[in-house]
Write a protein that binds this ligand. Structure first.
Ligand code: NAP
Length: 274
């Protein structure tokens, strides 16, 4: 019998998770299929009941449900609790447990690019759901100073309180500087926009964008003139690797998954930007 896995979110039509996980299941001879389920915010409670009723074995959780889903699950892993967001559910004999693997995705992406976070001054733009995992990773990686800038200042303030970092008003972004800059807003997703201009970007030696469609965002295109760039697909890949381990206890085929999602992202990019 085949087991069922999937991603819930809204939108999910461009999710690369089905490609990545179905490939890994096949390669590791796991009898399972992974689908994409569009779930509107108002249907989230019903969707969780559906996971239980249909005995769906594992679920990836994406925008906009990562925070809200916590109240519907039976158990939350300690780190996911600390971050305040869940991107992975494991269904273990009817008990739904939430985990967060996004932060590992961020850490691994830096590691794989040979960028050390220890003692670095890091600027994070954006204070949405994904920023929490980004900031948690930076703290775990030993960053010395973390500044978060957000259009809605109150949300940056909440992160300041939660993680003991420094919130900065959006208007001060033009004065930002440091070692590493991370673009964690949704600006530039399926569009050619950046929340910060070249003058600011040029002050950093490393730039990461967590948006991955297009693969090389406008932000990254400007940043590559001044230093190393890290695209958002790397975070997606490594958070997916950790999900697969949680669900199956197996090491997934990393290189195959990587190749498949980069190919698909390039195809989608052509479709989106034409
Ligand atoms: P979210 O909770 O909706 O937060 C969106 C963030 O973008 C907020 O900080 C918001 O500011 C900011 N923003 C939106 N429009 C803006 C604008 N015009 N100008 C300035 N700031 C703007 O979303 P999220 O879950 O944090 O996700 C953010 C992005 O990361 C998404 O595009 C998502 O695709 C990507 N992501 C990638 C990965 C990966 O694996 N690579 C994982 C998770 C998410 P306000 O607070 O002022 O509204």
């Amino acid at each position: 019998m085949y087991e069922v896995y999937g991603v819930i979110g809204d939108p999910v039509s461009h999710s690369l998770s089905p490609i990545m996980h179905n490939l890994a299941f096949k390669e590791k001879n796991v009898k399972a299929v992974y689908g994409a389920f569009k779930v509107r915010p108002s249907d989230l409670a019903k969707a969780v009941e559906g996971i239980r009723a249909l005995n769906i074995k594992g679920v990836s959780v994406t925008i906009p449900h990562k925070e809200k889903i916590i109240e519907y699950l039976d158990e939350i892993d300690e780190i996911a609790q600390e971050i305040g967001a869940v991107n992975t559910i494991l269904n273990k004999e009817g008990i739904l447990k939430g985990f967060n693997t996004d932060w590992i995705g961020v850490l691994k992406a830096f590691e794989e690019n040979g960028v050390k976070l220890k003692d670095k001054k890091v600027v994070v733009i954006g204070a949405g759901g994904a920023s929490k995992a980004v900031i948690y990773a930076l703290i775990k990686g030993g960053a010395k100073k973390i500044y978060v800038y957000n259009r809605t200042f109150e949300k940056a303030k909440l992160l300041e309180k939660k993680f003991k970092i420094t919130a900065k008003p959006w208007e001060e972004l033009k004065k930002a500087d440091g070692d590493i800059i991370i673009q964690a807003t949704s600006v530039g997703l399926k569009s050619w926009e950046t929340p910060v201009g070249e003058e600011i970007i040029s002050r950093f030696k490393v730039a990461m964008d967590i948006v991955y469609l297009p693969l090389k965002t406008k932000f990254l295109s400007l940043a590559e003139r001044y230093g190393k760039i890290i695209d958002g697909l790397q975070m997606l890949l490594y958070q997916g690797v950790e999900q697969f381990k949680i669900w199956t206890g197996m090491e997934p085929p990393l290189e195959l998954m990587k190749k498949a999602i980069y190919e698909e992202a390039k195809n989608l990019e052509k479709e989106i930007l034409k």
